[in-house]
Design a protein around this ligand. Structure first.
Ligand SMILES: [Zn+2]
Length: 292
C-alpha cells in the first residue's frame, strides 16, 4: 500500500515536468529553425555577393585559358554541343631516380593530380621509391647500375642488372613491374663501344621481349640530358612539340632545372586540353629504331 501511494504522488509531479520539458524542446527546435534560416539567408547573400564580385572582374584580369572547342553532333537529334577539344595525352616520364629532387617533383604532381611514370635505378632512397608507388605513379625499370660499360657489354650483364632493379622495386613496393626503358633508349649507339660490334641492342630488344618486358622510348625530348640546363628551355622543348596525339616526354628527376619545368608543363597541358596518364603494358608506346 505504501508503495502505491508514493507512485501516485510521483505521477502528479511528473506530468507538469513532462509538459515543461516538451515546451522547452519545442522552443529549442523553433529557435534552431529560426537561426538556421537566418544563416541560410546569409549564405545566399554571400554567394550572391561572390557571384556579383566575379562578374565585375574585367575580362583582361581573368586567366587567359586558350581553350579550343569542337562541335559534337548527336546522330539522331542533331544537337550541337560545344565541348573542350582534347588534343591528346601526355605521359610524363622521369629516368635515373629516385634522386634528391624527386620528393619536390612528387609534391608538384600531387598538387595537380598528375600521375607520371618513373624509370628507376638502384639509386636514391627506398622511401621515395615507395612514395612514387603509393601515390599512384607507374614504376618502370632502367637497370640497377645504369653503367653503359657494364650493361651493354653483353646480354647476361644487361639482364642481371635489369632483374636486380626489378627485385629492388619488388622488395620496396611489393610489385613486380615489367615496364622498362633502356639507358640511352633502344636507338642508342653508345652501346656499340662496349659489345665489340655484336649488335647488342638488337639482341637485347629480342631478349627483353622474350622475357615479357615491355620497353618504352619517347617521342618528346626535353633536352635535359645534355642539350640544356635551363628550365625555360626544357619547358619550351616540351610544349613546342605537342600537337594532336599521344606524347611520351623524357625527363630526368635527378636534374633540378628539369624538375623545375614540370609545373609549367602541367599548367600548359591542362590549359590546352591534354590529359596526363601513366604508361602501362597496353598503353600508347613510342619505339625508336634499333641501330645496332
Ligand atoms: Zn638514364
Amino acid at each position: 500500500m505504501k508503495g502505491k501511494t508514493v507512485k501516485i504522488v510521483r505521477r502528479r509531479r511528473v506530468l507538469p515536468l513532462v509538459l515543461l520539458v516538451g515546451l522547452a524542446f519545442v522552443s529549442v527546435l523553433a529557435t534552431e529553425f529560426f537561426v538556421a534560416s537566418i544563416v541560410m539567408n546569409m549564405q545566399k547573400n554571400d554567394n550572391l555577393a561572390e557571384t556579383e564580385a566575379f562578374l565585375e572582374v574585367p575580362e583582361d584580369v581573368l586567366p587567359s585559358i586558350n581553350m579550343s572547342f569542337k562541335k559534337v553532333t548527336d546522330g539522331g537529334e542533331n544537337i550541337d554541343v560545344e565541348v573542350p577539344e582534347k588534343h591528346g595525352i601526355i605521359y610524363l616520364t622521369f629516368d635515373d631516380g629516385p634522386g634528391p629532387y624527386t620528393n619536390i617533383l612528387l609534391d608538384i604532381l600531387k598538387h595537380y593530380g598528375v600521375r607520371a611514370t618513373f624509370f628507376v635505378t638502384g639509386s636514391g632512397d627506398d622511401a621515395v621509391l615507395l612514395r612514387e608507388y603509393e601515390e599512384g605513379h607507374a614504376i618502370g625499370l632502367h637497370t640497377f647500375s645504369h653503367q653503359y660499360s657494364y650493361i651493354y657489354r653483353n646480354v647476361d650483364n644487361f639482364i642481371n642488372d635489369l632483374v636486380k632493379v626489378q627485385e629492388r622495386v619488388k622488395r620496396v613496393t611489393g610489385q613486380t613491374t615489367m615496364l622498362m626503358r633502356f639507358p640511352g633508349g633502344s636507338s642508342n649507339t653508345i652501346s656499340t663501344r662496349y659489345d665489340g660490334g655484336k649488335r647488342i641492342m638488337s639482341r637485347l630488344v629480342d631478349e627483353v621481349e622474350k622475357r615479357g618486358f615491355v620497353y618504352f622510348d619517347w617521342n618528346i625530348v626535353s633536352g635535359d640530358a645534355g642539350e640544356t640546363t635551363k628550365t625555360e628551355e626544357v619547358y619550351t622543348n616540351v610544349v613546342n612539340k605537342l600537337g594532336d596525339g599521344e606524347y611520351i616526354v623524357l625527363q630526368h628527376d635527378v636534374k633540378d632545372f628539369s624538375v623545375a619545368a614540370v609545373e609549367k608543363i602541367i599548367q600548359y597541358g591542362y590549359e590546352h586540353g591534354y590529359d596526363f596518364a601513366t604508361l602501362n603494358a597496353e598503353s600508347f608506346n613510342a619505339h625508336h629504331g634499333v641501330n645496332n
